[in-house]
Design a protein around this ligand. Structure first.
Ligand SMILES: [Zn+2]
Length: 112
């Protein structure tokens, strides 16, 4: 079987699994790493804050320091993230969700 046939089949299975629900959203605390999500095989727990806050800090750094390279912005974002407490990261996420204006779609620019 070719990959072209397998991939949509797997995506359909993933979407069916998503449709099954039993998914919660909230902060996942871990002393050693940033946890985006986990499952015990029954419930899926998603922590959207980590990915969002990483992206928010990354794009804020681009806007603050347009001359910085993509690689340097990535490394600096990680540096900032690791120095934030759980409470600070959660506060940034809450602030982001409060001030972000919703839009349907946007064709992205060359800048990352
Ligand atoms: Zn970037």
């Amino acid at each position: 079987m070719s990959r072209k046939v397998e991939r949509p089949a797997l995506l359909v299975r993933v979407l069916t699994e998503l449709g099954a629900g039993r998914i919660t959203e909230g902060w996942l605390a871990d002393k050693h790493c940033f946890v985006h999500g986990e499952t015990d095989g029954r419930v899926i727990r998603i922590n959207p804050a980590i990915g969002v806050v990483d992206t928010v800090i990354h794009e804020c750094l681009h806007r603050l320091e347009p001359s910085w390279s993509e690689n340097y912005v990535r490394r600096t974002t990680t540096w900032v993230m690791r120095r934030c407490s759980d409470e600070q990261l959660q506060a940034i996420y809450v602030e982001y969700t409060r001030i972000a204006k919703k839009r349907k779609s946007h064709r992205r620019t060359d800048a990352g």
